[in-house]
Design a protein around this ligand. Structure first.
Ligand SMILES: Cc1cc2nc3c(=O)[nH]c(=O)nc-3n(C[C@H](O)[C@H](O)[C@H](O)COP(=O)(O)O)c2cc1C
Length: 186
């Protein structure tokens, strides 16, 4: 049994990425339990002075603990101006300063959804680079990049309805389950 958490890089209520993250539990292979991470939108902007004078904010500690206790992490995020959304990067920056750094040797899987042609690919490659700096073990392939999102999610319910996308996600989650098992030696 592996416990996996999702971290969403979009805060908006009708987010395609949040909808994608909500789809994952039902596509997960047997033995993989997927839940949402604590919220990251209430984490203050990183400021070393706060860290030094008051310690890590409670929201950061809760986020870090959730990562530490998970066997794997799935980051599902949009691309903003060709890179990582600030809220998500800010959360990673905060936990990267912790002594018991939660991303260290943590299996991490990336997914993105975008309204455009490249599906958030540039954000994913920047995230790979950033996560390498915190010693995360980032899963390789297959990649999940949901392009032209409005065509793939139901307009009203936001349910992911595109069969090839559902198939590749299932395949990716199966690969991630094996990756987690290999990393943890279970
Ligand atoms: C500030 C901002 C910057 C954006 N930059 C990009 C971009 O670089 N590449 C891209 O594919 N889409 C970009 N978009 C469009 C997003 O793909 C679109 O808003 C998408 O719905 C965001 O994901 P969400 O639905 O999960 O919130 C941008 C949107 C915003 C608000």
């Amino acid at each position: 049994m592996s416990n996996v958490i999702t971290i969403c890089g979009s805060l908006r209520a009708r987010s395609y990425n949040a909808a994608l993250a909500r789809t994952l539990p039902k596509l997960a292979p047997t033995g993989m339990h997927i839940t949402e991470s604590p919220r990251i939108d209430t984490i203050p902007h990183y400021n070393h002075d706060i860290q030094e004078s008051r310690g890590f904010p409670a929201e950061v500690t809760a986020f870090a603990d959730a990562i530490r206790h998970a066997d794997g992490v799935i980051i599902v995020s949009p691309e903003y101006n060709w890179t990582i959304p600030g809220t998500l990067k800010n959360a990673i920056d905060w936990v990267s300063r912790m002594k018991e750094q939660p991303f260290k040797e943590k299996p991490v899987l990336l997914q993105s959804a975008s309204i455009a042609l490249l599906g958030g690919s540039r954000m994913q490659y920047h995230l790979r680079q950033c996560l390498t700096s915190v010693d995360a073990f980032v899963f390789g392939r297959p990649e999940v990049l949901v392009t032209f999102a409005p065509q793939k999610f139901d307009e009203k319910t936001l349910e992911l309805k595109d069969q090839p996308t559902l198939d590749i996600i299932r395949q990716q989650l199966e690969g991630f389950a094996k990756f987690i098992a290999r990393v943890s030696g279970k």
